[in-house]
Design a protein around this ligand. Structure first.
Ligand SMILES: [Zn+2]
Length: 392
């Protein structure tokens, strides 16, 4: 049975130990020690990493009642010096203990219990058993940070089950007879096997990132300590960059964006009106041309405008309109006035196929396209010449 040094001293980074067993894990060498400062994965807190002599410790896993230190190289001796990666441990302690405090504050301020906790590589999240409003999250966050800044002592103790229950701790069934309790003076007391700081102030501060509805409750993303500082810096830089592009100070970025959106909406409305007038004028111009077949190729017209144009031309006088546009690729719209004899869908299909594309339609209107726009004029001329072969 390995002595878990991290349980009594979460700040111990260097230790000596004896190898008591050698194993393999997923093809890699692993050792069991008589004592260890390496925390194995548990309670939502990831495992420590570090070194045993010259070998890197890439994972620490509890398996079959043993703590396996999974190594990137075999260990030579039986007497080893271990050193944990303190930056990683401190990061985990900040996120993990911050979660303890935030979960308690959410119970007190919003009546929401934490169902699960995920400590991610960059952001952590907790799932709550009910929907919590933005105001509820803000109140819980304020209460959490008050406790952080108060620097309250954090103590751990191992109690027997009855004693823990008597002190109001919700002891899970799997905890056994001896229960390790983590106590934040006057604020929170709960069973936990993880590593914790001596004082709440070491969490630094807790930052809520966003929250969303999730399975009838709320999923709240957050970051603590140095991660919270990093997120605040990144978000601040991004906000300044966006405000700069809006030529506005950060505080005025929202108003500048609203003005820009209003301008955009006005511009779109104006563009729609002008397109409408252009389509009308162009329909009048085409309808004034001689002959029963009207044909034209445009640059940059989208298929919807081209279709509108074709419908207005054939509504003005009896004719067959063969229209096309180059807008990245080729678009074709063919239409005829009521009462004319052409098979418009077949005529269009033939023209589109001659360009390597396809198309179709029903009755008096058909449209299609091709990725290839070369030969568009020739295709329309051929359609105009051969139209009589496609009449009923
Ligand atoms: Zn804990």
């Amino acid at each position: 049975m390995t002595i878990r040094l991290y349980e009594t001293d979460a700040y111990l980074t260097v230790f000596e130990a004896q190898v008591v067993a050698r194993r393999t894990h997923d093809g890699r060498p692993a050792v069991v020690l008589d004592r260890t400062a390496f925390f194995p994965e548990g309670g939502g807190q990831p495992w420590d990493q570090g070194r045993l002599d010259a070998a890197g410790v890439s994972a620490v896993i509890e398996s079959g009642g043993e703590i396996l230190h999974v190594l990137d190289a075999p260990l030579a001796g039986d007497r080893v010096r271990g050193e944990i990666d303190w930056r990683r441990r401190r990061d985990h302690m900040q996120q993990h203990h911050g979660q303890h405090l935030l979960s308690r504050a959410l119970v007190v301020e919003a009546g929401a219990a934490t169902i699960s906790f995920h400590l991610g590589a960059e952001v952590s999240s907790i799932d709550l058993d009910r929907e919590v409003s933005a105001d509820g999250v803000a109140a819980a966050l304020a209460a959490t940070n008050e406790v952080v800044w108060a620097g309250r002592p954090v103590q751990t103790a191992v109690l027997d089950r009855a004693e823990a229950l008597a002190r109001g701790v919700a002891v899970p069934d799997e905890a056994g007879d001896a229960v390790r309790i983590v106590d934040v003076e006057g604020f929170d007391r709960q069973p936990c096997c993880g590593t914790h700081p001596r004082r709440t102030s070491e969490v630094g501060f807790v930052l809520a990132l966003d929250h969303e509805r999730y399975k009838g409750g709320t999923r709240l993303h957050f970051a603590c300590g140095h991660r919270a500082l990093g997120a605040a810096h990144r978000h601040g830089a991004l906000l300044r960059q966006l405000a700069g592009r809006l030529s506005a100070p950060v505080e005025g970025a929202g108003e500048a964006l609203e003005r820009l959106q209003a301008q955009l909406a006005d511009g779109e409305k104006r563009a729609k009106e002008l397109t409408e007038r252009l389509v009308d004028a162009e329909a009048a111009r085409l309808a004034a041309a001689e002959g029963s077949v009207v044909s034209a190729v445009y640059a940059g017209w989208d298929p919807a405008d081209l279709r509108q144009l074709a419908l207005r031309v054939v509504a003005r006088r009896p004719c067959l309109a063969l229209l096309a546009s180059r807008a990245g690729k080729a678009h074709l719209v063919f239409a005829q006035s009521d009462g004319l004899p052409y098979d418009v869908p077949a005529l269009l299909q033939r023209a589109a196929q001659s360009l390597g594309g396809r198309g179709g339609g029903r009755g008096n209107v058909a449209q299609g396209g091709s990725d290839r726009a070369e030969g568009l004029e020739a295709a329309l001329e051929a359609a105009a010449r051969g139209a009589d072969a496609f009449s009923h």
